[in-house]
Design a protein around this ligand. Structure first.
Ligand SMILES: Cc1cc2nc3c(=O)[nH]c(=O)nc-3n(C[C@H](O)[C@H](O)[C@H](O)COP(=O)(O)OP(=O)(O)OC[C@H]3O[C@@H](n4cnc5c(N)ncnc54)[C@H](O)[C@@H]3O)c2cc1C
Length: 363
């Protein structure tokens, strides 16, 4: 059987799983090219820990270029501009032809709220969050506002409070969201537990408030103005430019529509996984690194099956994934099955899981 040429676009969590799988067991029916816009990929679970000062930035990265080369892939270090059945178009106009293609390019943020792109630091793309936060000279910020009260926004509120506090300086941190409570996807008692911890830590949570404008020194909601020297936008996710620029079937949220085998709807040789993909029959499933990793495990098997002309496997969404939030100061909040614990032991568990993931991916 002649090898099929597969192009992997993006070095996100799902493609890291695919590449690790190929290092462990090379696939003679596949010839691979990896199109990567950056040499290093970040592991999302440890990014808040980098902000909190638990880890050096390099501890949260994976050299995806070296990993791809170990998997026998040819690497093109350029961003893709668009993809279609049988080809990827690069940012410089080059075209890479292929038999099959898989996209794992994450998500970004482009909220339709005045002032955000000028005055706020967006939490996505996660790969560049630490650089962008560092570039924003926020060390002496007195008022910090994080917009979004899901797991990412809440976690950023805690770790920024920790990062920006130093002797004689304790910033006023507010997490503001449109939902009626923090972590709205979790049971009420989990939200209440987290909010008690926030009160004790001096992180203010404001609910049922829609942000209408971000200004240089304030965030306006539909009921008040919040002073802010550092505004971080952590609500929602939008498709990255390569997804927007590709004529592929899209879900209502603008992300690529995929079936349970992670194949792009209507195509036999295009795949997508992680944040950039939305399952056709489960369009409200949360976009998370945990889901991207689990999809990557199925994707690895399905790309082999595609090359061997075998039947693909079905991906099933995990409905009770562990949610672990860094609280700063080597403390964490961990919840699963509606139960929650917090403190130093919870951080040690999170740290163990995160370091184990990074260790496994650096094969
Ligand atoms: C503050 C914060 C904390 C979070 N914490 C957690 C957590 O603890 N646990 C969890 O499960 N989820 C967490 N998330 C969500 C998580 O970050 C994302 O769901 C996850 O990163 C998605 O993984 P991915 O593989 O789809 O994409 P990504 O990890 O974003 O990777 C996409 C890759 O594709 C590359 N790329 C993009 N465009 C192109 C292009 N045109 N050409 C080539 N390459 C390209 C990017 O550079 C990147 O390397 C958090 C999110 C935020 C904002």
């Amino acid at each position: 059987m002649t090898a099929k040429h597969l192009v992997l676009v993006g070095g996100g969590h799902a493609h890291i799983e695919v590449l690790c799988d190929l290092v462990r067991a090379p696939e003679p029916t596949l010839r691979i090219t990896a199109i990567l816009d950056r040499r290093l990929s970040v592991y999302t679970g440890m990014v808040p820990g980098v902000i909190a000062g638990d880890y050096a930035p390099q501890e949260a990265t994976i050299d995806v270029t070296a990993l791809a080369e170990r998997a026998g892939a040819a690497v093109i270090l350029k961003a893709a501009r668009a993809v279609e059945d049988g080809a990827a178009r690069l940012i410089d106009g080059d075209v890479v032809g292929c038999d099959g293609l898989s996209l794992n390019v994450g998500s970004t943020m482009a909220p339709d709220v005045p002032g955000v792109s000028v005055h706020a630091v967006a939490a996505r793309p996660i790969a560049t969050l630490v650089e962008r936060l560092t570039a924003h000279r926020s060390r002496d910020a007195r008022n910090v506002v994080v917009v979004g009260s899901g797991a990412a926004g809440v976690e950023l509120g805690f770790v920024l409070k920790h990062r920006l506090s130093h002797p004689g300086h304790s910033p006023h941190v507010t997490v503001v969201g449109a939902a009626p409570r923090a972590l709205p996807r979790q049971p009420v008692r989990v939200s209440e537990h987290l909010e008690r911890i926030a009160r004790a830590a001096g992180v203010v949570m404001l609910h049922s408030q829609r942000v209408t404008e971000v200004r240089a020194n304030a965030v306006a909601t539909d009921s008040r103005d919040l002073p802010s020297d550092l505004t971080v936008w952590a609500a929602g996710a939008t498709p990255p430019s390569v997804v927007q620029g590709s004529a592929l079937p899209k879900a209502a949220d603008g992300f690529i529509s995929v079936d349970r085998s992670l194949r792009v709807v209507g195509s036999s040789s295009l795949f997508a996984a992680g944040d950039c993909a939305t399952l056709i029959d489960e369009s409200t499933a949360p976009k998370s690194g945990v889901a991207a990793v689990r999809q990557g495990e199925v994707l690895a098997r399905n790309l082999r099956a595609w090359a061997r002309r075998e039947s693909p496997e079905r991906y099933t969404q995990q409905h009770h994934a562990l949610c672990a939030i860094n609280l700063g100061g080597q403390r964490a909040f961990v919840t699963k099955y509606g139960l929650s614990v917090s403190g130093r032991l919870a951080w040690q568990l999170k740290d163990f899981i995160d370091r184990r993931y990074i260790g496994r991916s650096r094969i």
